[in-house]
Write a protein that binds this ligand. Structure first.
Ligand SMILES: *Cc1c(COP(=O)(O)O)cnc(C)c1O
Length: 366
């Protein structure tokens, strides 16, 4: 037997979540966001599992799109940051890869495209995130430039939410309103139909008024809620990634003894400590604090002491007998990655996405 640390990817859960996105936003087409190796889940496997269900994938950059093409994925793919050079635009157009255009430089690259090539352009408008996108005042001119350009076959107008995970915040309604106003103004001058794309997962789940031609769920496909409160739609999500390992040592220590590097945790009573074969070298967050929940045989134990590169230590004093080889879930079906993330000062998105190559990945439910 080899070191028991692994992530298990549940394809049935993934397909369920995608189906949920589609049923919540039934009039929209789903763009499955699989950037950053499908948030650490493995982009090729995720794309294979979703290609019957969705008509478009989204990644950050051309390299990610070409990896999918090489693996035989034929579905259109959108580059969320667009192209970084005219060469890339050329390749994208030949590969059925669609591009976001968010600045003048990217619009200018169109003139270098070879005669026979055409491209689907997604014009990104900045409605308040203030990260990417042409400013609202410039949106009509940019749209007209694209519409009149012989190399552009179709246009989609898009924007992105900054705080759709907080329903009481007034920003999202303002972003929706501004986006609708821009679309209406462009509708007035456009000579043929164009598409619209607005919501991320939080928008899909909680902002029906944001549903558009192409909705762009990411995190919800992987079964993690974008909200830090209970939400009816989000409660129907099924976690896709389970991060598992096993107990490899158990010892009893006296009150006053410390555990792990830096002696940061001290037993206040005689305690039982279980050592688990997982550490920050496997993707477990080093900044997880003592007290972070970890499941041993389905029971909640608490992390004690610092996370090492290859190991963590748990206080299992209050659990039924814990033995070598007992099953450990770091996060997954019974312990949400979002809860663990809270103990590590981050969000579930980051925990799943930064999973290192070293950690073995096993696919189930396909
Ligand atoms: C990452 C991303 C998404 C998906 O966001 P989630 O919160 O994971 O649903 C959608 N649109 C854009 C432009 C993105 O960059």
């Amino acid at each position: 037997m080899s070191r028991p640390t692994e992530i298990v990817i549940d394809i049935e859960a993934l397909q369920h979540n995608c189906h949920l996105a589609q049923s919540v936003s039934s009039a929209s087409k789903i763009v499955a966001v699989i950037k950053a190796d499908a948030y650490g889940h493995g982009a090729i496997d995720i794309a294979r599992a979703l290609q019957q269900q969705v008509g478009l994938f989204a990644v950050s950059c051309l390299e990610e799109a070409l990896d999918l093409r090489e693996a035989g994925i034929a579905t259109p793919i959108l580059l969320l940051e667009g192209c970084f050079s005219a060469d890339e635009l050329q390749t994208a157009s030949q590969q059925g890869v669609w591009v976001v255009m968010h600045n003048q430089k990217q619009l200018d690259m169109l003139s270098e495209l070879e005669q026979q090539e055409q491209i689907v352009a997604w014009l990104k408008v900045d409605t308040g995130m203030h990260r990417l996108g042409v400013m609202p005042e410039a949106s009509i001119a940019s749209f007209q430039y694209l519409e009149n350009h012989p190399k552009v076959s179709d246009i989609v107008l898009m924007s992105h939410f900054s705080i759709a995970d907080v329903p009481e915040d007034p920003t999202t309604p303002k972003q929706i309103e501004l986006f609708n106003r821009i679309c209406a103004a462009i509708q007035g001058i456009a000579s043929k139909p164009f598409g619209r794309s607005l919501p991320n997962s939080a928008g899909v789940l909680a902002w029906p008024s944001s549903h558009s031609d192409w909705d762009r769920p990411g995190i919800m496909l992987y079964g993690l809620s974008p909200f830090d409160f209970e939400h009816t739609n989000a409660s129907r999500l099924k976690p896709v990634m389970s991060f598992n390992s096993k107990v490899i040592a158990v010892r009893s220590i006296a009150a006053g003894e410390t555990v792990g590097y830096g002696n940061t945790w001290m037993a206040d009573k005689p305690s039982v400590i279980a050592t688990v074969a997982v550490g920050y070298g496997d993707g477990y967050p080093r900044n997880a604090k003592s007290g972070t929940p970890v499941l041993v045989n389905g029971q909640r134990a608490r992390l004690c002491g610092r996370v090492s590169m290859d190991m963590i230590t748990l206080d299992v004093s209050d659990l039924a007998e814990v033995k070598i080889d007992d099953h450990v879930e770091l996060w997954g079906k019974q312990l949400c990655a979002n809860e663990v993330a809270g103990w590590a000062g981050t969000i579930g998105y980051e925990l799943v996405t930064r999973m290192p190559k070293r950690t073995r990945r096993r696919i189930v439910g396909a």
